[in-house]
Design a protein around this ligand. Sequence first.
Ligand SMILES: Cc1cc2nc3c(=O)[nH]c(=O)nc-3n(C[C@H](O)[C@H](O)[C@H](O)COP(=O)(O)OP(=O)(O)OC[C@H]3O[C@@H](n4cnc5c(N)ncnc54)[C@H](O)[C@@H]3O)c2cc1C
Length: 483
Amino acid sequence: MVYDYLIIGSGIVGSLLGRELVRYQNRVLMIEKGVDIGMGTSAANSAIIHAGYDPVPGTLKAMLNVRGNALWDHLAAELFIPFRRTGSYVVALSREEISKLEELNKQGKANGVPGLRLLSAEETKERIPGISEEAKGSLFAPTAGIIDPFQANFFACENAVLNGMELQLETAFEDFLWEKNSIVGVKTTKGIFRARWVINAAGIHADEIMHKAGLHSDYRIIPRRGQYVVLDRNLFQWDKVVFPCPNEKGKGILVATTMHGNTLVGPTSEEVSDKRALFTTEEGLRQAIEGGKRLVPGWDTRWIIAQYAGIRATLFPTKDFLIEVGEVPGFINICGIDSPGYASAPAIAEYIIQKLREKGETFIPKYDFNPIREPRRLFKHLSVEEKKQRIQREPAYGHIVCRCEEITEGDLLAEIRGPIPARTYDALKRRTWLGTGRCQGSFDFPRVIEILARENGTTPYEVTKKGGVSRFVFSPTRGHYDL
Ligand SMILES: Cc1cc2nc3c(=O)[nH]c(=O)nc-3n(C[C@H](O)[C@H](O)[C@H](O)COP(=O)(O)OP(=O)(O)OC[C@H]3O[C@@H](n4cnc5c(N)ncnc54)[C@H](O)[C@@H]3O)c2cc1C
């Protein structure tokens, strides 16, 4: 069997491209080394659909950010992705920073960002109650928005799968298959797969794969970690997206609301030597907290309920996205997709289809492609009458498993038995928002472990948080679980 397209990586870039490719009569295979889709950078970022004033004019980043931003409304409507155009503010905290706002405004206009406006100190304070008293003015970008990054990635991938994309989890790319000077497939940990086109959408590992294809041996991704804290939505309500003025290290530490009503504070910007350094540090969290308080002082560190880190895939020396179609025959290279990669992802998919057409590829529409992903509504979002009916039909909806987020056993079973079955705790968490409240899962862990073991036909000892060795239960303490 020869696939038309084989995608390496199931992040937002691979998933949206996969969905575009199955609109047409293509055989598409996605391979993902993780135990679930979307466990890479697409699951650890600021979740902002940036407006597009930040990238340098003339770069791919500038073009694809502005275009991608515009595509999100339609995409979110088709896939029922939680997405809200909140607008964003870059706030100057000193007179000197006002010139930076003017520069960003000019840059944004050159990039074609609609509706940018410079605001005075008074207007800034009036529009953002709680902003630092030091605020001297701001740049308002009305087209910026926020998204649920877990659901957007998952819904895009699930829609692609329901439209015929094959998905192989726990399948890591190892090398290319070559015939003469063309790439004709891949060797993976699960065997060989042949394809007319192999697509590198491997996030922070994309440079290693690009080098194996013989491209740009002098370019490399230097991993840059960003650390965050998350505030309890019951203790602090914040409905804005506020950045400080950017510096040479990046966009700076923001204070932003999320689609779930929590507040994010971060990210830091630290070069790290190891792409696996996905952990928070005391120093990083201190920087995130200090940066956040400089911008929005009125919150307390006791309101922090979670912390996390993500790694940016910044490509050196260009610092731009690198997208190449057919530079090596049979190979599509998507490398250096750091921020604003999430915002740009729909435009990256569109751009690649356009480049393939220019290469002479034909795209015959598939008559039964269904762009709509019907939502599986969580029990908590049903009316009282609907809840009664649901419990009557499926009693598992009557068992609350996660009290903070009101997630029922029925909600979990729907995901465990869904088109991309959730097989780990984190897979359920990303799909339902389980375990993200004040108690951070301490109430639901034992219940979820039992449900996953029962449904997967394993012992509780084999249930993992995110695959590999991330087990919850190692040995009996009070003889609860019989082996
Ligand atoms: C701190 C931080 C903040 C950010 N904030 C924003 C923001 O607010 N807005 C925005 O637009 N962007 C933001 N970004 C950038 C954005 O998150 C990324 O650009 C985007 O998620 C990249 O998606 P991706 O699909 O390219 O990569 P990923 O999501 O990392 O997906 C790559 C996939 O490839 C898989 N893979 C890797 N190697 C192999 C292999 N050998 N075999 C098989 N599979 C493999 C991985 O497991 C992973 O699932 C931020 C990034 C960071 C780190």
